[in-house]
Design a protein around this ligand. Structure first.
Ligand code: MSP
Length: 627
């Protein structure tokens, strides 16, 4: 049997799984299903990347040992894939001793062949990307992630990456589809053409890693360690080389340059293809921990089902490009394509067969026009799937659904039944039924659980089974708040699991005095708050209240507003007149010491210190809204 081995990246355990990880894993699982349907013996591997300073720091931030911490989060990942019903064949952790052996073997082979040497490095280093930034200075932003670089001095083992420039270029030339899509291939070509510098592959500044053989102080650089999982995950199974590494575009260089070079140095076979997909953006912004805009998958799937999410991600996002994620769009897609489209066609077709033919599918040939449409759809969908063009594949399958809807409208089986045109009715019913079978075959890799349900209702031996709606319509007003509520609960659960500040980013770790953040809100929540630029017209002390000032603030309305603010200890009234401030303009009025206060002044409130008013460095017009 032909084999097909594909991988997802192994995910860092410095945070619990979120929808970005789920995106890659779902895409990989769809490809695995497609290949299985083509008759391949498929293995899909994923796992967790557990070593390095970033993880060490994340563990420390929550008062756990690295091992305790990684055990906990790695389990979250494997549990997540099970909960989502994703069929994963191998789950490899970099803390697995078998994996350690493989990394050491890779190193020794590179060393034996003269591609490794020892040298010392002083300079800038990015903890987050675990990368030496040879051309930048400490304190400058990391060229990859933009976080400030730190200074390190270390004795390292270096890998002679510079020796592989020509061989890599030959590889990209000889196998034009080694890196996909084309735009990513061009990026890599430009990078390699620009020259390659040797790469440090060991660290002495950290202990949480795989030891370098015969070296007490050195552990392997995380990427040397992590990439090797692709081999250790199938060690001894005769499945290497991988047919496909599916990754996000931000880790392309590691996969398309470093990894093949390591393998060339070790004289091991190279993977056949690397496909880098785009980012899933949350309302046009990159999802990120520091922005706090991550969504978890299970709060979504527990409300609308896994196939709603699978379908949305595959249909809405052009695979390879960035795409937007939003719950509104998810619900809209579901209702249009699944409830109205496929769901409706299924129920109409099967109900009519029940009603007019006692559930028995007539054994007559399919209409020529339908047969032609089926053949065209099969050909198109398969061609798109083969190029991982999921959205186009689904689009062509859904075009067949549209075609059948139209056919039913035109043929009007309910009229044929009344007027006794039995032969034509048989043909129409059979044609729709057979086409629906093909739709099921083609859509199965994308939405397997729902298609299994449809197939059960379509019955066996041409006898339709019991009917229940597979895609009940969703009411956005109902389900979106439900998903958001579950998201909060899931976030709280993860926080509890991880200690109080699980989302600590290495670069932000220094800001340890920050009080815990309020629960996450959506942009919709935020825009409810109307913040305006105001000009203070007058300010005076409030009698009998030593903390309060009574201000009149102009925000461009007919009259200035009365605002009572607790800033008397920090600001003398006369210093405020003519000053521009930020006010919350739509706050419900409140009476303080007999004065009705209409709004609140925004200030940084420091623990145990005085408030500091928000202000602008540039000129801003009175009344301007902040958002
Ligand atoms: N541990 C490394 C990978 C080592 S592979 C030998 C790593 N881990 S990660 O946890 O940061 O995962 C990155 C991957 O998760 C991306 O390459 C992508 O596959 C997926 N995604 C994470 N966030 C994502 C989005 N917002 N959108 C799309 N994919 C995302 O890098």
């Amino acid at each position: 049997m032909k084999q097909f081995y594909l991988t997802t990246p192994i995910y860092y355990v410095n945070a619990a799984p979120h929808i970005g990880h789920t995106y890659t894993t779902i895409a990989a699982e769809v490809i695995a299903r497609l290949k299985r349907a083509e008759g391949y013996d498929v293995v899909l591997a994923t796992g967790t990347d557990e070593h390095g300073q970033k993880i060490e720091r994340a563990a420390k931030a929550v008062g756990k040992s690295p091992q305790e911490f990684t055990d906990l989060i790695s389990a979250e990942f494997s549990k997540q894939w099970t909960e989502l019903g994703l069929q994963i064949d191998r789950f490899k952790r970099t803390t697995d001793p078998e994996h350690h052996k493989k990394v050491q073997e890779l190193f020794l082979r590179c060393q034996e062949r003269g591609f490794v040497y020892k040298s010392s490095y002083t300079g800038a280093y990015c903890v987050s990307d675990e990368l030496y930034a040879n051309e930048a200075k400490p304190g400058e932003p990391c060229p990859i992630c933009g976080r400030p670089l730190e200074e390190v001095t270390e004795e390292n083992y270096f890998f002679k990456l510079s020796a592989f420039q020509d061989r890599l270029l030959e590889l990209y030339e000889a196998q034009p589809d080694f890196i996909q899509p084309e735009i990513r291939r061009n990026e890599v070509l430009a990078f390699v053409n620009g020259g390659l510098q040797d790469l440090s592959i060991s660290r002495t500044s950290i202990t949480w890693g795989i030891p370098v053989p015969n070296e007490e102080k050195h552990v392997f650089y995380v990427w040397f360690d992590a990439l090797t999982t692709y081999m250790s995950a199938v060690e001894g199974e005769g499945r290497w080389p991988a047919d496909l590494h599916l990754i996000g575009k931000e880790i392309l260089r590691f996969h398309a340059v470093f990894w093949p070079a390591f393998l060339m140095a070790a004289d091991w076979p190279l993977p056949k293809q690397i496909f880098a997909h785009g980012w899933l953006l949350f309302e046009n912004d990159k999802m990120s921990k520091s922005k706090g805009n991550l969504l978890r998958a299970t709060p979504i799937t527990n409300v609308v089902g896994i196939d709603a999410l699978r379908y949305f991600l595959l249909r809405e996002v052009v695979f390879g490009s960035d795409g937007n994620f939003s719950l509104d769009a998810l619900v809209a897609r579901y209702n249009a394509d699944l409830a109205n489209g496929l769901g409706n066609l299924t129920s109409r077709t099967l109900t009519m067969i029940k009603q007019y033919r006692e559930g028995k599918v007539p054994d007559v040939p399919v209409l020529d026009a339908v047969a032609a449409q089926i053949a065209a759809t099969q050909q198109q969908a398969k061609a798109h799937y083969a190029r991982f063009e999921f959205s186009k594949a689904l689009e062509s399958i859904w075009a067949l659904i549209g075609f059948l809807d139209k056919l039913i409208m035109e043929e009007k089986p309910w009229v044929l039944a009344k007027t006794g045109e039995a032969a034509r009715l048989d043909t129409v019913l059979t044609s729709t039924y057979r086409a629906l079978q093909v739709i099921c075959d083609l859509a199965h890799p994308a939405i397997p659980a729902s298609i299994d349900k449809i197939r059960a209702q379509m019955g066996q031996d041409g006898q339709v089974g019991d009917l229940t709606p597979v895609f009940p319509r969703l009411d956005a007003k109902l389900v979106i708040p439900q998903m958001q509520e579950l998201e909060q609960a899931e976030l709280a659960r993860q926080n509890a699991l991880l200690g109080k500040t699980p989302e600590v980013e290495p670069a932000a770790a220094e800001v340890s005095a920050v009080s815990p953040l309020s629960p996450e809100i959506t942009i919709d929540d935020f825009v409810k708050v109307d913040l305006r630029v105001g000009l203070v017209i007058s300010a005076e002390a409030v009698k009998g209240a030593d903390k309060l000032l009574h201000l009149k603030v102009d925000i461009g309305e007919a009259e200035p507003r009365n605002i009572v603010a607790g800033i008397a200890k920090a600001y003398a009234p006369e210093t405020l007149v003519n000053r521009k401030v930020v006010i919350v303009a739509n706050l419900a009025p409140r009476k303080l010491r007999g004065i009705e206060s209409k709004g609140m002044i925004v200030a940084a409130s420091l623990e145990g210190g005085s408030p500091v008013l928000a202000a602008f460095l540039e000129e801003v017009p009175v009344g301007a809204r902040l958002k």
